[in-house]
Design a protein around this ligand. Structure first.
Ligand SMILES: [Ca+2]
Ligand SMILES: [Ca+2]
Ligand SMILES: [Ca+2]
Length: 140
């Protein structure tokens, strides 16, 4: 009996430690690390994501998000990948949905913004920028 209680106490302490050691403000479902995003998208294995690789990855994600297959995704189908402001920026015709083209344009804009050394591809460091994080979200 004593042992069981002790064990439960230790277990509780460990669980508490694990739970409370999470960084403050961390989301329940964090986006993959830049390294993981590169590993998933970098088909030519040069260690960076170029525009073409980003387009292929984002296109696949778009098809997956477009649950009703009408060729557009609305803000809800994006499941928080874009903030409301980002969504409005990505939707210039303001019809409250993104076509695949609008989606890929948003990805390209994020890539351009993240690409600080202007070599037309983003590396792990560039993916740490706010625009880089948007890219990751749109490609997963
Ligand atoms: Ca590459
Ligand atoms: Ca639109
Ligand atoms: Ca770059």
């Amino acid at each position: 009996m004593f042992k069981t209680t002790l064990f439960a106490g230790v277990l509780l302490a460990v669980v508490t430690l694990v739970v409370t050691s999470r960084p403050v403000g961390a989301q329940a479902d964090p986006p993959p690390s830049p390294e993981a995003a590169i590993a998933a998208c970098d088909t030519d294995k040069d260690g960076t994501i170029d525009e073409n690789e980003a387009k292929v990855a984002a296109g696949t994600v778009f098809d997956k998000l477009d649950a009703d297959k009408d060729g557009t995704v609305d803000e809800k189908e994006l499941q928080g990948r874009l903030t409301h402001t980002q969504f409005r920026e990505a939707d210039p015709d303001n019809d409250k949905t993104l076509t695949k083209n609008e989606y890929l344009v948003a990805v390209r804009k994020a890539l351009r913004a993240a690409d600080r050394d202007n070599d037309n591809s983003v590396d792990a460091n560039e993916l740490q920028t706010p625009a880089g994080r948007v890219m990751i979200l749109l490609m997963q």
